[in-house]
Design a protein around this ligand. Structure first.
Ligand code: CTP
Length: 417
């Protein structure tokens, strides 16, 4: 797993001879796991072609702010991938301007927004870093140094420059850092200490247990909590596989989603993909039973009473906790009464590292936007108060990350009974 897995990096390229290194920077960012899009200023296109950057990044290059010529408008297919400056600003997890010319640094220090790159720098909430590249006299000039001081004060990171021989034949400070060094520095912006480099599997949604070709047994799980957990794990840097029962939700971004229908299919998909997962989180509301027979044709209402015989489904969560070695295994418990005691027993009977319990049968839980959880581990109980499911999922992932690292630091998977 790369140091930039799941990260979206916008690479801004301004006019300077070091722009020829941009293709290598893109390649190395992608090798580290990042998705990369490039923005070029007009001057940059004098040094390297947009076609080259498009080929190495796998995306059209962004160049125009507004009032573009036909063929360059953001909405023109293939020209700018349909993203305007605000969308690009939101898309990015980090923005790296490399090379950053003296002129661009001056414009950024002034807060100008009259071309696409400077407007995106102004509009983004993501961290912005610049890698200056210029002649040593231009670097040392008091105006450039004053601009750098302003940028530093405004929270812009300055990567480099290096010292050495320059394209102009002089020697001194002002060389752009090498692409490999830029990747190292940008990676350091993302060190959260949470799930970087780990692999996480999440189950979500209900299952559908067919009775005949048009009918089935299911439940009211919307999948929202499981999807939010998968998304939060991806944000924390993990490689995430989501095994989902039928839901109306779109696949979460940056997550490998495997769609299944029945509990048996979910069991099979989980075991096919669990591989070297470090953490397993079972959020799915898996049907405990399925019809023993699935009718080939639609059942007709001939009889006054019919009996449906049900067979126990495999317990996916317990089967993962029983693997040797097992991932750090987290279950969910939906209870209507005696929440803590019942969840505690469930954690012990399934041999889980952690169980996230919630009370159902009120307005919370299935289908709602908000929820609260009681996290029960071997060493205590942590309540997570009522909040939107996306925030709750992030808090849960933070808790899991801390507990996972604690058990792994101890060197052994703890005996959990
Ligand atoms: N689970 C699973 N496979 C099943 C059943 C449940 O992986 N066949 C997981 C769920 O994803 C959840 C936890 O187990 O993480 C819930 O435990 P479970 O015993 O199914 O809870 P309830 O269905 O509420 O059990 P009971 O009705 O016995 O309280």
């Amino acid at each position: 797993m790369g140091t930039l897995t799941n990260k979206r990096i916008l690479l801004g390229i301004t006019g300077g001879i070091a722009a020829y290194k941009s293709a290598d920077t893109v390649r190395r960012l992608r090798d580290a796991g990042a998705e990369v899009r490039a923005i070029m200023t007009a001057a940059a296109t004098e040094f390297i072609t947009p076609l080259t950057l498009q080929a190495v990044s796998g995306h059209p290059v962004h160049r125009q702010l507004l009032d573009a010529e036909p063929g360059q408008r953001p909405t023109d297919a293939g020209a700018q991938d349909g993203m305007d400056h605000i969308e690009l600003a939101r898309w990015a997890d980090a923005l790296l301007v490399a090379p950053a010319s003296a002129n661009f640094l001056a414009r950024l220090a002034q807060g100008r927004a009259d071309d696409l790159l400077s407007a995106v720098c102004l509009a983004t909430q993501a961290p912005v870093a610049v890698a200056p590249a210029m002649n040593r006299q231009m670097w040392s000039n008091a105006a450039t140094q004053a601009n750098l001081a302003t940028l530093g004060k405004n929270g812009i990171r300055i990567f480099g420059p290096a010292e050495g021989s320059q394209a102009c034949g002089e020697t001194g400070p002002g060389r752009m850092l090498e692409p490999a060094e830029l990747v190292t520095q940008i990676s350091q912006l993302f060190v959260t200490g949470e799930l970087d480099g780990l692999s996480v599997m999440v189950t979500a949604g209900p299952t559908w247990e067919a009775i005949d070709p048009v009918r089935g047994l299911t439940n009211r799980s919307s999948g929202k909590m499981g999807y939010a957990v998968a998304q939060a794990a991806a944000e924390a840097g993990a490689r995430v596989i989501l095994v989902s029962g039928p839901t109306a939700l779109a696949d979460p971004e940056r997550v490998q989603t495997v769609r299944v229908s029945s509990a048996q299919e979910m069991y099979d998909a989980v075991h096919a993909h669990v591989g070297t997962a470090n953490i397993f989180i079972g959020v799915a509301a898996v049907a405990d039973y399925r019809p023993s027979q699935i009718a080939d044709n639609k059942i007709k209402k001939d009889a006054q009473n019919i009996t449906l015989e049900l067979t126990r489904n495999p317990d996916i969560l317990a089967s993962i906790a029983a693997l040797k070695p097992a991932p750090f295994t987290v279950g969910f418990a939906a209870e209507t009464e005696d929440v803590e005691q019942r969840a505690r027993r469930k954690r012990e009977s399934k041999n889980l590292d952690l169980i996230a319990a919630n009370r159902v049968g009120t307005n919370l839980g299935f289908g709602s936007e908000e929820n609260s959880l009681l996290l029960i581990g071997q060493d205590g109980v942590t309540p997570l108060p009522i909040q939107p499911k996306t925030q709750l999922a992030r808090a849960l992932i933070r808790h899991i990350a801390v507990k996972y690292h604690a058990t792994r630091t101890a060197g052994v998977r703890q005996i959990r009974r």
